[in-house]
Design a protein around this ligand. Structure first.
Ligand code: ATR
Length: 277
């Protein structure tokens, strides 16, 4: 029987996951189907019931998107370390009656930056903006890439301090407010992981953080030059990118986890890319 996978979210109409996984399955010749499911928002336990019904019908795995990442994490029987730190799951695997939770958002982001954009983080000064779910998922994979310094800035400073304190830092990890950034000099990589771009806003980051030889990365995708990327461009940053590569790379991680075979990502990223200009 064809193995069944799905992405679950609400709303889900915009999702690119069936397209991405369909292309991966074609390329790696996997006998699988991948659909989109609009998960129920109410009542509280309806999400878990929908997942369990999918498993009962032979489902092998799911991607999870907003607003269900926390619920997916909570209903799992086993969780990876990065899912634990994120407190959220973006992928589930169903095996032997157990639900295993993973979070590939951070590793997908690191892979896009280091491999696709050729910006290795080892020994570099890295600045991440925000302290929401996206940042929680990215901290461990970022530290594993061994930057010289990882600074996380947020409007709500106690929130970012609490997040950083949760990580037993093996590298140099600092939390701060936007007002502290002016005195911190230039960073090789600045990542906007706030949700500001979704509403066309700009986090209050000073242009002094950017370096012309460095890179600026926007987690949002398909929004062309966001105010953040425009600021980076105006500050002379040559390498600016949005999160389409991260989207495809996290999908590739999940695919490899489920199927034991890693798909090629370049052609899929090219197909989904909306030019910035
Ligand atoms: P997600 O889970 O998708 O990351 P979230 O948990 O709502 O979303 O987090 C959104 C992040 O974007 C938060 O860190 C938020 O900052 P605060 O914690 O200070 O609220 C940040 N954010 C949203 N709009 C912003 C803006 N206009 N400027 C700066 N930061 C912003």
């Amino acid at each position: 029987m064809t193995d069944q996978y799905a992405v679950i979210g609400n709303p889900i109409g915009h999702t690119k996951s069936p397209l991405i996984h369909g292309l991966f399955a074609q390329e790696t010749q996997q006998d699988m189907s991948y659909t989109a499911i609009e998960g129920p928002l109410e009542p509280h336990d309806a999400f878990a019931a929908t997942v369990r019904a999918f498993v009962a019908a032979g489902g092998k795995g799911m991607n999870v998107t907003a607003p269900f990442k926390l619920k997916a994490f909570a209903m799992a029987d086993e969780r990876s370390e990065r899912a634990e730190l994120a407190g959220a799951a973006n992928a589930l695997s169903f095996k032997d009656g157990r639900i295993v939770a993973e979070n590939f958002d951070g590793v997908g982001l690191v892979r896009d930056i280091e491999v696709n954009l050729s910006q290795p983080m080892a020994g570099k000064r890295v600045l991440v903006l925000g302290a929401g779910g996206a940042v929680r998922g990215a901290l461990l994979p970022f530290l594993a890439a061994r930057p010289a310094e990882l600074v996380v800035a947020n409007r709500d400073v106690p929130k970012v301090r609490a997040l950083v304190a949760q990580v037993a830092a093996s590298g140099s990890l600092f939390a701060c407010g936007y007002g502290d950034l002016e005195a911190m000099g230039r960073f090789d990589l600045v990542v906007n992981a706030t949700s500001a771009s979704l509403t066309g806003e700009l986090p209050p980051v000073p242009p002094s953080v950017f370096s012309a030889e460095g890179a600026a990365y926007e987690l949002a995708y398909g929004k062309r030059l966001t105010p953040f990327l425009r600021l980076a461009r105006n500050a002379g940053v040559a390498s600016v990118a949005d999160g389409v590569g991260m989207l495809v790379e996290q999908a590739a991680e999940a695919f490899a986890w489920w199927r034991g075979v890693r798909p090629q990502t370049r052609a899929v990223i090219d197909q989904l890319t909306v030019p910035l200009d």
